[in-house]
Structures are given as structure tokens and as C-alpha cells.
Design a protein around this ligand. Structure first.
Ligand SMILES: *[C@@H]1O[C@H](CO)[C@@H](O)[C@H](O)[C@H]1NC(C)=O
Ligand SMILES: *[C@@H]1O[C@H](CO)[C@@H](O)[C@H](O)[C@H]1NC(C)=O
Length: 220
């Protein structure tokens, strides 16, 4: 009897478990809640603004290739809730990434989203690393898609001779991006050298050298 009650309880709670697994962002409580990005109110997401228009759901910023003449030869153009306030509470976002020949989108994670990329042009070598430190890597070409599971370290590099570009989709309005090297070597205040010398099994000089490349003021 107790077992049957237990099974019943588990099966009744199953949809709740499933709902919390399939959705990265919380579920909707209303049709729309266009982000009031200028509000000082702090809550989980952004407060809704009144007087909304179609333009709150529109963004033209992914139409053209971005300049890639930066340190890494790659540029991410987000279409997140900050660029498309209508995405607030909807649990999705996009981005465009452009890569010069040799360009790298350096190892990073999205703590709040799985990512799926569609290759617009060119080809890329991509990879992600699981928590068991297994690398899954593949060369993806125009028209191909590849998935980076939520929270796992991943990267893309253009080893081709022509520029490449992808459109990325995310299951969060604000996936968050944490670049691994910048986080450890470019944080403010800085992570103590001893943490990094021990973690990476290298000397203080090497740590200082890497830190100098990632000093917060040198970013971008
Ligand atoms: C609503 O927004 C439109 C366009 O931004 C503006 O012209 C109009 O005055 C606004 N109305 C109110 C009541 O704030
Ligand atoms: C990148 O190229 C553009 C256009 O050619 C130029 O205006 C800009 O200063 C360059 N940026 C860097 C960081 O070299």
C-alpha cells in the first residue's frame, strides 16, 4: 500500500521533474513581458514594460558580417534580451559569430544555455569537453549544425582560408558567457598567483605573463 502511494506520488510529480529538465529558463506566466532594460528593479529576469511595439521583438544586427580584426579574429554579435527586449521570459536567444581565416572563438561556457550553431558560410573545427574531460570535436561545413551542451567548455576555430560565420541558437534569453582564460587570468580583482601556479603546475613568471595578456583593460 505504501509502495503504491509512493509510485503514485512519483508519477504525479514526473511532469514537474520533466518540465524542470527540458527548459533552461523558467516557464511563461503571460504572453509577453518585454524587458524594461532601464528599470532599477532587480528580479529574476527583467521587469515588463508597458507600451510595447513590434520593434521590441526585432533586431537587424545579425544581417551583416561583423569586423573580425581583433586579437582572436572572431566576433560574437549577440541577439540576447538586451538587444531584443521582447525575448524577456521567452527562454530563447540567438547570436551570429564571424571568424577571419585562423579566427578562434576561445574556450568558454554558457552557464544557462545549450547552444546550437548553423554554419552560414565557410567551415569550422568545433569541440566541447565533457565533465569526464572527453573532447568531442568535428569539422563542420556550410549548412551543418552542431550542438554544445549547456555549461560545457567549448570553442570554434576557422582553420580554413576564407572567412566563416555561424548563427547560434540558445535556450535562454541570456545564456551568459564565461571565457575560461579571461575568467582565471583576467578577473578583477585578480586570482592569486599561487592558485594559478598550483592549478596549472607552472611558475609565477608564466602566470604573470598570461595575466598581462588578459588584464581587464586589455580585453577586446
Ligand atoms: C508609446 O510608444 C510610442 C512609440 O515609442 C510613442 O510614440 C507613444 O507616445 C507611447 N505612448 C505612451 C502612452 O507612452
Ligand atoms: C578594424 O577595421 C576597421 C575597418 O577597416 C577599422 O576602422 C578599425 O579601426 C579596425 N580595428 C582594429 C582593432 O584594428
Amino acid at each position: 500500500m505504501a509502495t503504491r502511494a509512493y509510485v503514485l506520488m512519483i508519477s504525479m510529480m514526473m511532469p514537474i521533474f520533466l518540465a524542470s529538465f527540458v527548459s533552461a529558463d523558467p516557464d511563461l506566466l503571460q504572453d509577453v513581458c518585454v524587458a524594461d532594460l532601464s528599470s532599477d528593479i532587480k528580479l529574476h529576469g527583467f521587469p515588463c514594460k508597458s507600451n510595447i511595439t513590434a520593434d521590441d521583438f526585432f533586431f537587424a544586427g545579425l544581417a551583416k558580417a561583423a569586423l573580425t580584426n581583433n586579437t582572436f579574429g572572431a566576433t560574437v554579435t549577440p541577439a540576447f534580451v538586451q538587444q531584443v527586449p521582447g525575448l524577456n521570459t521567452l527562454g530563447v536567444a540567438m547570436a551570429r559569430i564571424d571568424y577571419a581565416p585562423g579566427g578562434l572563438n576561445p574556450p568558454h561556457t554558457h552557464p544557462r544555455a545549450t547552444e546550437i550553431v548553423f554554419v552560414l558560410t565557410g567551415e569550422l573545427d568545433v569541440g566541447f569537453i565533457t565533465t569526464a574531460n572527453k573532447l568531442f570535436t568535428k569539422t563542420i561545413k556550410m549548412g551543418g549544425v552542431f550542438t554544445f551542451p549547456r555549461g560545457l567548455i567549448h570553442f570554434q576555430i576557422n582553420n580554413g582560408k576564407v572567412p566563416a560565420a555561424v548563427i547560434a541558437g540558445f535556450n535562454s534569453q541570456l545564456p551568459g558567457t564565461q571565457r575560461t582564460a579571461d575568467a582565471l587570468f583576467g578577473s578583477s580583482p585578480a586570482v592569486e598567483d599561487v592558485v594559478l601556479t598550483k592549478a596549472f603546475q607552472i611558475g609565477t613568471k608564466e602566470v604573470e605573463k598570461i595575466k598581462s595578456r588578459f588584464a581587464p583593460m586589455n580585453k577586446k
